[in-house]
Write a protein that binds this ligand. Sequence first.
Ligand SMILES: [Zn+2]
Ligand SMILES: [Zn+2]
Ligand SMILES: [Zn+2]
Length: 139
Amino acid sequence: MTVTDHPRRATGRNTRQRCEIIALLEETSEFRSAQQLHAVLRGRGAKVGLTTVYRTLQTLTEAGEINTMRLPSGEQVFRRCSPGHHHHLICRDCSRTIEVVGKTVEAWTELVAARHGFTDVEHTLEIFGVCPQCASKRG
Ligand SMILES: [Zn+2]
Ligand SMILES: [Zn+2]
Ligand SMILES: [Zn+2]
């Protein structure tokens, strides 16, 4: 007996999971870990494993649909960013994230690169701190 190799049904399921995760990331401005996103999906009754969530996040990141970065703690977190070059101001306590654009930073990186003869340069910059709400909670 041969096993019929019909088109993988999983494709449709993967597309749905991608949409679910994108929708979830659009609900918040925060960076979230795979564990956090998985917990929310499970809380809403989705029967999805952490490995699938993690794999979907990687696929979406590779496709440029979502953005990722590492926290100072080493934890990888994900977010759906607006298009265009920008930086992040991130609250260490609540993960609240604000997108910021800094002309001074852009000019400085170009200057430094040019001074050393570097071309085709790029950079990433994340600023971590405590947001006003968390600061007032700390008293
Ligand atoms: Zn961003
Ligand atoms: Zn905060
Ligand atoms: Zn920049």
